[in-house]
Design a binder for this molecule. Structure first.
Ligand code: 3PG
Length: 394
């Protein structure tokens, strides 16, 4: 059983709270604060219940441009929260431990990027993770650990899997909500319709395979490059430009799409038309007018109408990946309208990562659940387990 904040005695206790505020950065600041906003309820609740909150988080990966300190994150959290959030430029040094010990009830401190320490960028089993420097040094200053970092729960890193061995561990509100929805897809209203697109073709085809094989999907609507891979597998001659885009993304996609069509053709839907750019204009062409010289950039109106009808009657609509090059005004239509149609299903769920970013960029609102996780959400959608969740199940 996974304990939640409802089971935690908060008043006066020192809590290590793992959040995932890994965000796009630009010009030394945060380019997007969606992940910080997601944790506001958890941190606010713990502070208002008198907790002394030490926040743990990572940013970027060693060697990458976004591998930065967490000072901008602390400043932004301070603005978003009623409680005060200080920044500490160390994670488990004596100075950091002192800051945690001296925290007043109702206040929070954001400790430095956990990945500034090399152990945090390695995978451990929980028992070994509990013996890393981070956990051995910091755990004695804490009374309990809260994991709210669903988006990092697919990592076996010390800040995720080490503390639950050393301390009583609880799921925060973000974690609880994510597990409540993504962990219970099999109980969500039927018919269940998956809309699978995006540039990560192998990921979306992996989701298709998993949900079809497990009997979770009543319909899989394919869009974007994923849809094109299925069309190619079905023998449609899209043209060399579209075929090249599919092959650039994945050499396996067409073969995998073909295997799925062999087994589940009655549940897989493919585009009926595509949009291309001609003389700076959006031009929609039916499949029988193909091949086209230009690459397909979006689904067309006939596909949209057919897919929207299925989505509006869906019990659950689950979106993974945009339907086209939504960043270009000419080709945002398919993604925008499909997302809007999905909000009219009884229950609508957006997988995290690029899909949630597309939803925000297009300003589509009204989903029942928008996952904070990219890789973690994908792992759950494909039926995999998450080490950070398994270790909470005590
Ligand atoms: C994410 O952005 O998916 C999570 O924060 C995990 O980050 P990672 O892929 O660098 O481990």
């Amino acid at each position: 059983m996974i304990r939640t904040l409802d089971d935690l005695e908060v008043e006066g206790t020192a809590l290590g709270v793992r959040v995932d505020i890994n965000s796009p950065v630009a010009d030394g600041g945060l380019a997007d604060d969606a992940r910080l906003r997601a944790h506001v309820d958890t941190v606010e609740e713990l502070c208002s219940r008198g907790g002394r909150v030490a926040l743990l988080a990572h940013q970027g990966r060693p060697g990458d441009d976004d591998f930065t300190d967490l000072e901008p994150h602390a400043e932004r959290l301070n603005e978003l929260l009623d409680a005060s959030v200080d920044y500490c430029d160390a994670t488990f040094s004596s100075a950091a431990r002192e800051r945690v010990r001296n925290l007043d009830a109702g206040n929070a401190v954001l400790l430095e990027n956990t990945r500034f320490y090399s152990e945090e960028y390695m995978s451990f089993d929980p028992a070994d993770a509990a013996e890393t420097h981070l956990v051995e040094k910091l755990a004695p200053t804490l009374d309990a650990y809260v994991n709210d970092a669903f988006a990092a729960a697919h990592r076996s890193q010390p800040s995720i899997v080490g503390f639950p061995t050393a301390l009583p561990a609880y799921a925060g509100r973000v974690m609880e909500a994510e597990l409540g929805v993504l962990g219970n897809i099999a109980e969500s209203p039927e018919p269940r319709v998956y809309v699978l697109g995006g540039a990560k073709v192998d990921d979306s085809i992996g989701v298709a395979r998993s949900v079809l094989e497990r009997g979770l999907a009543d319909a899989v609507l394919t869009t974007g490059i994923v849809g094109n891979a299925f069309l190619l597998a079905d023998g449609v001659s899209l043209g060399a430009a579209s075929a090249a885009v599919v092959n650039e993304r994945s050499h396996e996609a067409v073969k995998q799409a073909g295997d799925l069509l062999d087994d589940f053709s009655h549940r897989i839907y493919m585009p009926r038309d595509v949009a291309i750019e001609r003389d700076g204009e959006r031009v929609e062409i039916d499949l029988d007018e193909l091949p086209a010289e230009q690459p397909a950039m979006d689904i067309g109106a006939r596909t949209l109408a057919a897919y929207a009808e299925i989505l509006e009657d869906a019990g659950t609509a689950i979106l993974n990946g945009p339907a086209g090059v939504f960043e270009d005004e000419l080709f945002e239509l398919g993604t925008r309208e499909l997302f809007e149609a999905a909000t009219r299903a009884e229950m609508s769920i957006v997988g995290g990562g690029d899909t949630a970013a597309a939803m925000r960029a297009l300003g589509v609102k009204g989903f029942d659940h928008v996952s904070t996780g990219g890789g973690a959400a994908l792992r759950m959608l494909t039926g995999g387990s998450l080490p950070g969740v398994d270790v909470l199940d005590q």
